[in-house]
Design a protein around this ligand. Structure first.
Ligand code: ASP
Length: 444
């Protein structure tokens, strides 16, 4: 009889074996094509399956969640609390990043020769990213508000980056259901309720292939980032080690210090229980680098493991996956100052405060997909007069740092969701429910 292995342990095993497999392939230079042609697709199928259910899940759970709230004043109370807490955690994150990068000054020790090499090597990439950022910058200041309202609801549901539009429609629909006659609303709510349970069941199926998906993602990632010249890739990563360590150190402080502090202040949930509950979501965030793809699992975990109600989680988490990115804003703060330091520019206090403002806004504007934070960083740089071409200096380790910052993005969303639920009196004693198959054991 097979010994029972919890799913999150299986995911960790998949992650580690994938890393080892990728390193062996790179080191000995064999089966690279095999990895890309036959292993990578398993990872792509896994991420696609998660993305496939993100929109239907948000739509169904939010409509049911809002219509079950019973009254609109509760919705505005929860909404206000959620947005305020999201803003505060983001500002804490950027400020922490700025504090660390000013303390350790990783940019000052970057040798001139390395700087020139990096600038030359990534010139082409910078051009593409600047093009993408320019499109964003041409828009007026109220564009994010305009973007929230879809011209065509069905079109919005066909694009995972339009999640905010789906959230907008679902909230309006939920409010509408509260105000039309009960007998008319009941079948609509019942339909979405059943639909929601169906989606959760599909998440269970997808999670069955999670360990293999994560293995495939890790193995192909290593093969792809090292490219044809693994030695020079390693050299580049080492040159940027100090910078990467400052980013990762800041992210760790968020996870080990700030979030536990917030939970302690506002809830009775023990951090260890919180951590255990959201572990599968963190592991997925790490391996997919996408808060949107992780969203279905984050929602499932906080509901089933922490006892957060569907009405709170289905409102707070989809919003968080779109607008709350603590990890991304911390990284943008560190990266902007690092680039300035490496280019020999002194930043004034006003410029640093400007970073707090623009990184907060930029993280709200970043979509929950891989690499979004890097594009928005260009806007932060331009606001303080640092040449955007400077992002060439940090592109090399970005894919890896993206994995770490996405873990923080998802953990931040789950923390705020737990705080909102607790202040709504939903988690009186921080009890953990034990019904979730994701953390329960599988396979006899
Ligand atoms: N990958 C991040 C996320 O999905 C966004 C970013 O910082 O690039 O949360």
């Amino acid at each position: 009889m097979l010994k029972k292995i919890p799913l999150h342990t299986q995911i960790i095993i998949g992650l580690v074996l994938g890393l080892i497999f990728g390193l062996v392939v790179v080191k000995f230079g064999f089966s690279k094509d095999f990895t890309i042609n036959f292993i990578k697709p398993v990872g792509t199928i896994f991420i696609n399956a998660l993305k496939m259910i993100a929109v239907p899940l948000v739509l169904a759970s939010l409509i049911v969640g809002v219509s079950n709230l019973g009254d609109i004043s509760k919705l505005s109370r929860i909404g206000g609390k959620t947005i305020a807490t999201y803003m505060i955690t983001t500002i804490i994150a950027v400020s922490l990043g700025l504090g660390l990068v000013n303390l350790f000054k990783p940019g000052n020790s970057l040798p001139d020769e390395t700087r020139e090499k990096l600038m030359a090597q990534f010139e082409g990439d910078v051009g593409t990213k600047m093009g993408q950022a320019a499109e964003l910058k041409e828009q007026g200041p109220l564009q994010p508000l305009v973007d929230m309202v879809p011209q065509n609801f069905f079109l919005a549901t066909t694009d995972n980056t339009s999640m905010l539009q789906v959230v907008f429609f679902a909230i309006i629909a939920g409010i509408g259901l509260l105000q039309i006659p009960k007998e008319k609303a009941a079948p609509v709510i019942a339909f979405f309720d059943g639909f929601n349970d169906l989606i959760i069941q599909i998440v269970n199926y997808i999670m069955m292939i999670a360990p293999y998906g994560v293995f495939a993602l890790m193995a192909s990632l290593i093969v792809e980032i090292t490219g044809d010249d693994p030695d020079s890739a390693v050299d580049l990563l080492l040159a940027l080690l100090k910078y990467s360590l400052v980013v990762i150190g800041g992210l760790l402080l968020m996870i080990m210090g700030i979030y536990p502090g917030i939970l302690k202040l506002f809830t009775k949930v023990r951090y260890i229980d919180f951590f255990k509950a959201i572990r599968p979501a963190q592991l997925l965030a790490f391996s997919t680098s996408s808060s949107s793809a992780t969203l279905p699992v984050t929602m499932k975990q906080v509901e089933e493991e922490l006892g957060v109600s569907e009405e709170v989680s289905s409102f707070v988490l989809p919003l968080g996956a779109t607008i709350n990115m603590d990890g991304t804003s911390l990284y943008q703060g560190v990266a902007a100052v690092f680039i300035a330091q490496a280019l020999g520019m002194e930043l004034t206090l006003t410029q640093q405060l400007m970073i707090v403002l623009t990184a907060t806004l930029a993280s709200i504007g970043s979509a929950g997909v891989p690499g979004a934070g890097l594009i928005m960083l260009i806007i932060v740089l331009e606001s303080i007069g640092v040449p955007a071409a400077g992002i060439a200096l940090i592109i090399a380790p970005d894919r890896i740092l993206d994995m770490f910052r996405t873990v923080v993005n998802v953990t931040g969303d789950a923390t705020v969701c737990t705080v909102v639920a607790s202040t709504e009196g939903e988690l009186p004693d921080g009890l953990i429910r034990q019904s979730n198959p994701l953390t329960a054991t599988v396979a006899e």
